[in-house]
Design a protein around this ligand. Structure first.
Ligand code: DP6
Length: 328
């Protein structure tokens, strides 16, 4: 018989896509329209505790110390998948903390839903494979499917009607090519238009959306090959291309969607200038104004110095590559 109180606590890390996910094939199953490739970050994580208790009358969510009823729907839907598998209807209390700014384009939904899925599965004593966990995490947030794993990770768009082949898997271990990431925080606020709404609007209104989908496979191939060959220049070229193409698609939305601020552009210029002098560094930007510079460890201090001195940069966070979900 199951205990009446079932509880687990998990740490999952944020990830940053080098080949971007933007657009959905099936919004109900949250399957992506394109595959993606990411790196999992050692230093940015969510720690999530999930407790199932027969005495709870509803699911509750406390995120960074605040009750967040508006996000509960997504959380409960993810929990429902696991409750269904476990054959229980018990409600859960979810307490989650991020060690980085929430909702500002630093992938808090990726680490959050990966941690939630793993903690809930563990609390319910479900013996899920990492792939199954990745599928559950995807239902919460597409990018969360990637945070189940460490190092370099590829997410497959898949094509099955039930989403069973839409999961992430490891591409290369973190220590096989230990790049570092320097994040320039240019705005600490929460973003106005989340990625979910942004990508829906791209699919329905951006004239570049079909070109985005049509060129995805070749971008993925180039990204995968560059990573497997540890070819920094090739990875820099394709990652910046994928990032700028995604933003071009969103900028051509109606109404338009521009995630950058002037400091984001200053950071891009600074990274470009460093690379022009021979430093191995490139940038990427997600659905927010923060810039992520990816570099070889030997040039990290130079990258930090160059970004920190820009007037629009409020803070800089440095991280190496890290592992997948960890039960605490
Ligand atoms: C720009 O994973 O947040 O960061 O599946 O709707 O939750 P949902 O979207 P989400 O989108 C991430 C978009 C991105 C690019 C990426 O991480 O690949």
């Amino acid at each position: 018989m199951r205990a009446t109180v079932m509880k687990s606590r998990v740490r999952a890390r944020a990830n940053i896509a080098l080949i971007k996910y933007w657009g959905k094939a099936n919004p109900d199953l949250n399957t992506p329209a394109v595959g993606s490739i990411s790196i999992t970050l050692e230093g940015l994580w969510s720690e999530t505790e999930v407790e199932f208790d027969l005495r709870f009358t509803s699911d509750t969510l406390v995120l960074d110390g605040d009750s967040r009823p508006e996000q509960l729907g997504r959380v409960s839907r993810c929990l429902d998948l696991l409750r269904e598998r476990a054959g229980v209807k018990t409600h859960a209390r979810v307490i989650s903390d991020n060690n980085f700014p929430t909702g500002a384009g630093l992938a808090s939904s990726a680490s959050g839903f990966a941690a939630l899925s793993a903690a809930a599965a563990d609390a319910l004593q479900l013996d899920l494979s990492p792939r199954e966990l990745s599928i559950v995490a995807r239902r919460g947030s597409g990018s969360a499917a990637r945070s189940v794993f460490g190092g370099y990770v590829e997410m497959h768009a898949g094509g099955a009607a039930d989403g069973r082949d839409s999961f992430a898997e490891p591409l290369l271990a973190a220590d096989a090519w230990p790049l570092e990431v320097v994040i320039a925080i240019t705005d600490r606020g929460e973003k106005a238009v989340g990625s979910r709404a942004g990508m829906e609007r791209s699919a329905s209104s951006s004239p570049y959306y079909s070109a985005w989908i049509a060129t995805s496979d070749s971008d993925l191939r180039a990204g995968r090959d560059a990573i497997l060959e540890h070819d920094f220049d090739a990875l820099a070229e394709i990652a910046e291309h994928s990032c700028l193409k995604m933003h071009a698609v969103a900028m051509a939305n109606r109404p338009p969607l521009v995630y950058w601020n002037p400091a984001t552009l200053d950071c891009m210029q600074a990274v470009k200038a460093l690379r022009a002098t021979g430093l191995p560094v490139f940038f990427t930007v997600d659905a927010g104004p923060q810039l992520k510079a990816i570099c070889e460890p030997s040039v990290r201090d130079a990258v930090v110095g160059a970004l920190r001195e820009l007037p629009g940069v409020a803070d800089v966070i440095v991280s190496g590559l890290g592992p997948g979900v960890e039960i605490l």
